[in-house]
Design a protein around this ligand. Structure first.
Ligand code: AR6
Length: 167
């Protein structure tokens, strides 16, 4: 089962937390800022060696000061009008994060709601894509967790997942 929890992704003791990063991988606001603060400055130093990340791709770093063992940084699409391939890029961000996790023996992974903050992706549409891909990969992991920061986002994910499960 895909788990849905409300809270701060930086507190989770899992093999990997996913960061909604920007293509520099060197930090920013939102969940990216929270993860860099909690991981400590070594994450930024490490990420300088990665040479960035295009939208839809994913990169692996150690978790440093986080309880999580790894950070998987991915870059979601900036929402324009939905006619510039945003949905495919968002799906790729989830899919490539999960594939990178599998390739590195990661068994438990937590995702924020990629692109739904600063990047402006409509939340309901993003939730459908996120949960569809997570459900597809769920048999390959011990835990896949969607972490929502606000109660409203948490309730939205619960409802969308229930609808997808036919409830
Ligand atoms: N734990 C879980 N979710 C969180 C946390 C947290 N600690 N903090 C915020 N969120 P955003 P984006 C939620 O803006 O839209 C950065 O500057 C937040 O409520 O962090 O992909 C990057 O460097 C929202 O639902 O990411 C990029 O430039 C979700 O995380 C840009 O923002 C994503 O919001 C990426 O924008």
């Amino acid at each position: 089962m895909v788990e849905i929890v409300q809270g701060d992704i930086t507190t989770l003791d899992v093999d990997a937390i996913v960061n909604a990063a920007n293509p520099s991988l060197l930090g920013g606001g939102g969940v990216d800022g929270a993860i860099h603060r909690a991981a400590g400055p070594r994450l930024r130093e490490y990420n300088k060696t990665l040479g960035g990340c295009p939208p839809g791709e994913a990169r692996l770093s150690p978790g440093f000061d986080l309880p999580a063992r790894h950070v998987i940084s991915t870059v979601g699409p900036v929402w324009h009008a939905g006619d510039q391939g945003e949905a495919q890029v968002l799906e790729n961000a989830y899919r490539n994060s999960l594939e990178l996790a599998l390739a590195n023996g990661i068994r438990s992974i937590a995702f924020p709601a990629i692109s739904t903050g600063v990047y402006g992706y409509p939340k309901e549409q993003a939730a459908r894509i996120a949960l569809r891909v997570m459900k597809e990969y769920e048999p390959k992991f011990d835990r896949i967790i969607a972490v929502l920061h606000s109660p409203e986002d948490y309730e939205r994910y619960r409802r969308v997942l229930a609808e997808m499960d036919g409830g």
